[in-house]
Design a protein around this ligand. Structure first.
Ligand code: SAM
Length: 237
């Protein structure tokens, strides 16, 4: 992946800042800069290969944590209008301070996605919704799809089993108004594993009941619910 030298310098400075703050406050399990570069920065920038992160698009990163992929994308593509959504206040404090330090135009919402997705100000407002390392496929589809505009895209960072996961989530996607357009496999330097970006197009509005109230997408995910309903249907036949 080609990164312009001035962007690379800013991304390396971002890693330095994350790892510096990480010594006092636990933001990430990765403590080595040589590991953080591929695992955080190069991994985040994989979204650029979708072609959906160009120009003045609005993008919301759900569960930003220390700012990946959201902050890395805001640095790599300064034209993007980036919102970082994060439930933990201390992480939001870090994100806000880093935005100021790097003079980025991004904003931070300290809220749970279940609440944001039901707020008319944010619901179905974003061209792109990203999420990395946040929950099971059922949970993350329910948290992200309500935020995407019809015609917009959800980009999910998933592991080796993304193909199977997304197959199992077909009916959940349909319920939420999405269609999986592609899975893009990739590898990171120094890592043998194949990861996948899952690209979902929002093709129809999400029914008003989604996302359900706080905690339900995680503890009672739609995939599981549907599987249980199917087994109950079979039992009652
Ligand atoms: N995306 C970052 C990354 O890949 O480094 C952070 C991943 S971390 C494992 C998951 C983050 O999502 C945590 O910071 C957590 O507070 C946040 N999170 C989990 N559920 C959330 C929700 N329902 N709404 C908002 N943030 C959430």
């Amino acid at each position: 992946m080609e990164i312009a030298p001035e962007i690379e310098a800013r991304l390396r400075a971002l890693i330095d800042e994350v790892l510096r703050v990480n010594q006092q406050f636990n933001l990430t399990a990765i403590r080595d800069p040589d590991e953080a570069w591929p695992k955080h920065v190069l991994d985040s920038l994989q979204a650029l290969q979708t072609g959906y992160c160009e120009g003045r698009k609005s993008l919301i990163d759900v569960g930003s944590g220390p700012g990946f992929p959201g902050l890395a994308l805001a640095i790599a593509r300064p034209e993007l209008k980036v919102t970082l959504l994060e439930a933990t206040r201390k992480k939001c404090d870090f994100l806000r301070a880093t935005i100021t330090q790097f003079e980025l135009g991004a904003r931070v919402l300290n809220e749970r996605a279940e609440v944001t997705g039901q707020n008319r100000v944010w619901r179905e407002r974003f061209d792109v919704v990203t999420a990395r390392a946040v929950g099971s496929i059922g949970e993350i589809c329910e948290l992200t799809l309500p935020l995407a505009k019809v015609g917009g895209h959800v980009i999910l960072w998933r592991g080796q089993r993304a193909g199977e996961e997304i197959k199992a989530a077909q009916s959940v996607l349909k319920t939420l108004g999405g269609v999986c357009r592609k899975t893009l496999p990739y590898q990171l330097p120094g890592h043998a594993m194949t990861y996948n970006l899952v690209v979902i197009e929002k093709t129809a509005r999400t029914p008003a009941q989604f996302p359900r109230r706080e905690g339900l997408p995680k503890h009672d995910p739609l995939c599981v619910l549907e599987a249980q309903e199917k087994s109950l249907e079979t039992e009652s036949k």
